[in-house]
Write a protein that binds this ligand. Structure first.
Ligand code: ATP
Ligand code: LTN
Length: 335
């Protein structure tokens, strides 16, 4: 349509580094589907980021394909959202290199994720792990994204992306749009069920701390039954004093739509046993349709291929426009 106002653009991504967790769903994917009508949305499978930690090649392929299916099953209609694999769009690597040259050693050294992951992978602190934020900045800036919907742990990476873009624009003029992080009010940081002081994470070594999006209902219920709480026997939201219970309340709130006051009333005078059972059941129902649809989609590889191929083509078209502009600005001789 002529005169149509250009929609704002969204880009986000998740590493296919393992089975998706309830944390990645609640903190990120769940919020993506609702944005499709209002925004022009690009969702990536960040496989190039994934190899900053050593992967088994066949597993990486399996996780990537499963994640494409899980994106669609979570409500991302491929007709309305561009779903693509990062390594299928070479502009990410190309802009990533350029931005490496505009990102400072000092600012990369301050990144929390780098410090966490280098502690976890002390035998493989590679250069890619260190420069990861410059590649993530390229992911975002290539699409001139206005908003980046992520969980709270990624806020620092969106901030460094803005710093890199500001530095680049300061030298060459307005090349990049400055993106804003878009972080949910409830569920921005789902904690481990066994160590509620730690973020629930795919690469967690304690499988009981982590609920997976595609996990069987009986396993989900068992994990919630075992979730760490406290000795106070009162369902009340207080993240500092009652981290385990508050984490369960956040999860329950996201799964049922009830606010904290309603949850406190619902479980007033009842024990943690009832509460944990209810949270487990709510999560089972939240995830059930996604698991069933993911399984159905995984049986149709041809369809999944057609989705990510079309996605790569659309993504590359937008990304190359930005890359060409950048190459010109920095002084590369046109081919
Ligand atoms: P890894 O363990 O490989 O680093 P991860 O599980 O920590 O992965 P991802 O699944 O790569 O994280 O994160 C994908 C998206 O989900 C990001 O936007 C991230 O902020 C969000 N996210 C991940 N874990 C959580 C969590 N526990 N709570 C809320 N949001 C989360
Ligand atoms: N760093 C993110 C994954 C990621 C991403 C992005 C998120 C890679 N590129 C661009 C938003 C935008 C993570 O580790 N969860």
């Amino acid at each position: 349509m002529e005169n149509q106002v250009q929609k704002k653009r969204i880009l986000s991504g998740i590493q296919p580094s393992g089975d998706l967790t309830l944390g990645s769903y609640v903190g990120a994917i769940k919020n993506w589907a609702a944005l499709a009508d209002e925004y022009d949305c690009y969702y990536m499978l960040a496989d190039m980021h994934t190899i900053t930690v050593r992967q088994v090649p066949a597993e990486l392929r399996r996780h990537t394909l499963t994640q494409v299916a899980a994106y669609i099953a979570s409500g991302l209609d491929p007709e309305k959202n561009v779903l693509f694999v990062q390594s299928h769009v070479p502009a990410h690597a190309q802009l990533g290199w350029v931005l490496d040259c505009y990102t400072m050693f000092g600012e990369l050294s301050r990144m929390t994720q780098f410090k966490d992951k280098s502690a976890k992978n002390a035998d493989n602190i590679n250069a890619g792990l260190f420069t990861y934020p410059a590649l993530m900045a390229a992911d975002i800036l290539l699409y001139q994204a206005d908003l980046v919907p992520v969980g709270g742990d990624q806020k620092q990476h969106v901030e460094i992306c803005r710093d890199i873009a500001t530095r680049f624009n300061g030298i060459y003029g307005d090349v990049f749009k400055l993106p804003e992080p878009y972080i949910p009010k409830v569920g921005a940081r789902v904690m481990s069920l066994t160590s509620p002081d730690k973020k629930m994470s795919k690469s967690d070594h304690d499988p009981n701390g982590c609920v997976y999006m595609l996990e069987k209902p009986e396993d989900i219920l068992r994990k919630f039954k075992k979730a760490v709480t406290d000795s106070d026997a009162c369902v009340r939201f207080d993240p500092a004093a009652k981290p385990g219970v508050s984490n369960l309340m956040q999860i329950y709130s996201v799964a049922t739509g009830a606010d904290f006051a309603a949850i406190e009333r619902e479980f007033d005078g009842r024990g943690y046993g009832d509460f944990k059972q209810a949270v487990g059941e709510a999560v089972v129902e939240l995830l059930r349709p996604i698991r069933e649809e993911t399984e159905r989609l995984l049986a149709d590889k041809t369809y999944l291929e057609s989705v990510y191929r079309a996605g790569a083509e659309k993504a590359a078209y937008v990304a190359n426009k930005t890359l060409n502009k950048v190459y010109k600005k920095v002084g590369f001789l046109p081919r």
